[in-house]
Design a protein around this ligand. Structure first.
Ligand code: NAP
Length: 267
């Protein structure tokens, strides 16, 4: 039998973090050894259901806790402001990061990859851990070969910090890899209200909708002669990401450097 993997969770009292704690506690192949969070009021232990009774270290001191708990993997669902330094701390302490927090720039990922190689370890960064969302991205990348006129509309709750979403950026990167770069639309086009046409990525547009009541959805719309094709994914609850996170926690043990995107583990 494989050894049990010792897991620390950062952002443990956040909405995704709480799901990760539940998932780790429910899997006998994993051991929750630390729950780390940060809050103006201190760690909200009441929200880290089940961890306290299992003798888990609950703290807001990342580096000390990673060391004391002898964590092997750190799962991070925090904020775009914190994730970079959390991930660097994990790598420097040779704890393998599995990161779901969004908001990375390509140069951040390059830097973390280099740091992993320096410390002879590996990590996974995935803007989306749900299988349906990965398929949406793959199908969109395939369609872009045949229908290169495309726009992305992503919908999230109004409290989301980053725009566009990490999923839409990853979708755009996958589309751009399959589509010869060109600037879509009328070259004379003028916005009478700033931002009306959305953000420009590699010649096509990404639109971010932010509304209360919305969870996470994305549509990729292709236009051709006399036709449109829409590829749409809807997420309804956070638990839907956990099978993917569980696989990543196990697969990260064999990874060197940073693997970007959960799709690498699907086939
Ligand atoms: P959330 O409810 O706001 O939770 C974030 C938690 O992290 C909060 O408790 C926050 O504490 C804590 N935190 C912030 N900085 C920290 C630090 N330095 N160390 C430890 N804890 C820290 O947010 P969420 O809805 O769970 O989402 C978290 C992230 O996951 C977002 O970036 C979101 O886009 C992403 N996400 C990714 C996926 C995926 O599949 N990859 C799916 C869903 C969401 P405070 O409240 O004190 O700031």
């Amino acid at each position: 039998m494989d050894a049990i993997i010792r897991v620390a969770v950062t952002g443990a009292s956040g909405r995704m973090g709480q799901e990760v704690v539940k998932m780790v506690l429910a899997d006998p192949a994993l051991k929750l050894v630390a729950a780390i969070d940060r809050s103006n009021q201190g760690v909200d232990i009441g929200r880290i259901v089940g961890a306290q009774e299992c003798g888990v270290i609950i703290s807001d001191d990342l580096e000390g806790t990673l060391r004391d708990s002898q964590a092997e993997v750190m799962v991070d669902f925090t904020t775009p402001h914190s994730v970079l330094s959390n991930t660097e701390t994990a790598i420097r302490n040779r704890v393998r990061p599995v990161v779901g927090t969004t908001g990375f720039k390509p140069e951040d990922i390059e830097r973390l990859d280099k740091l992993c190689h320096e410390h002879e370890t590996g990590g996974i960064i995935a803007p989306n851990f749900s299988v349906g969302a990965i398929l949406m991205m793959k199908f969109a990348a395939q369609a872009a070969k045949y229908m290169p006129h495309v726009e992305i509309i992503e919908y999230h709750g109004d409290q989301k910090l980053d725009a566009p979403s990490g999923t839409s950026v990853q979708t755009a990167e996958m589309i751009a890899a399959n589509r010869k770069e060109f600037r879509q639309g009328n070259p004379e086009e003028k916005e009478t209200i700033d931002g009306a046409r959305g953000g420009l990525y590699s010649g096509f547009r990404i639109h971010s909708v932010r509304l209360p009541g919305v969870f996470a959805q994305q549509e990729v719309i292709f236009g051709g002669y006399g036709q449109t094709l829409k590829i749409r994914h809807d997420s309804y609850e956070r638990a839907g990401y956990m099978p993917g996170v569980n696989i990543a926690v196990k697969r990260v043990m064999d990874v060197n450097g940073i693997v970007y995107g959960f799709e690498q583990f699907l086939d």
